[in-house]
Write a protein that binds this ligand. Structure first.
Ligand code: SAH
Ligand code: DHB
Ligand code: MG
Length: 212
């Protein structure tokens, strides 16, 4: 998207409060990779959760907690974000971010590898936001579909993967993972999905049925 349009949306609809700005500053100070969602994508996730009155949300890939704050702030008292992170340094910074945002009561950060943690989670999430490693994306798709309630939202970042998803000559494991995820989202009869072209692309789908 034209940068001017992105700036317009961000300034008008996704202006950050001092807490989100502080979290981003810490992110930079600790040299975390700049792969967190943008403010406009964070605001989009927040609005989507409000629209479905989400109470239980799962995130795969916490990094420094930036997207997690946008997600958790959409939850009512008693709601809970479960977020999975396998890097101990990222997990510590994310926990600090949730404390700073006074969201610790609403966020459960599970430190571990997603493929180990996912089988331990109870079913029935209102939304699942996938934003971690790209090679296992088809497996994350299966877990997301299994863990979502009917009517729940499947969300996945980096649908375009900087254009790699659209480039049939890119046979890297990451590109193949993203492409396979998008194909599943497009064709699985349980899901109605599309891609919102925000930042690097956000897959959004509604799980309509438990079985094909
Ligand atoms: N959602 C975050 C960005 C996540 S970046 C935000 O927008 O703010 C991806 C994160 O996933 C990194 O912190 C990385 O350490 C973590 N990650 C990568 N592979 C993982 C895996 N297999 N299990 C758990 N976490 C993983
Ligand atoms: C990159 C961006 C992401 O949002 C992500 O989840 C992984 C990688 C990147 O820019 O490389
Ligand atoms: Mg991402």
């Amino acid at each position: 998207m034209d940068d001017r349009f992105e700036r317009y949306v961000t300034e008008l609809f996704a202006a950050e409060d001092p807490i989100l700005s502080k979290i981003r500053a810490r992110h930079a100070a600790e040299n975390l990779p700049s792969i967190n969602v943008s403010p406009e994508e964070g605001k989009l996730l927040h609005v989507l959760l409000l629209a479905i009155q989400a109470k239980r949300v799962l995130e795969i890939g916490s990094l420094g907690g930036y997207s997690g704050v946008w997600l958790a702030r959409a939850l009512p008292p008693g709601g809970e974000l479960t977020t999975i992170e396998n890097d101990p340094k990222h997990a510590k910074i994310a926990r600090d971010a949730f404390d700073l945002a006074r969201l610790h009561g609403r966020v459960q950060l599970i430190e571990g590898s997603a493929l180990d943690v996912l089988p331990t989670l109870p079913h029935g999430f209102d939304a699942v936001f996938i934003d971690a490693d790209k090679e296992p994306l088809p497996t994350y798709f299966d877990w997301g579909m299994k863990l979502l309630r009917r009517g729940g939202l499947l969300l996945c970042d980096n649908a375009f993967f900087h254009g790699a998803a659209l480039d049939p000559n890119d046979r890297s494991a990451d590109a193949l993972g993203v492409r396979a995820f998008n194909d599943l989202a497009a064709h699985d009869p349980r899901l109605v999905a599309t891609i919102i072209p925000v930042r690097d692309g956000l897959v959004i789908g509604v799980k309509m049925r438990d079985r094909a």
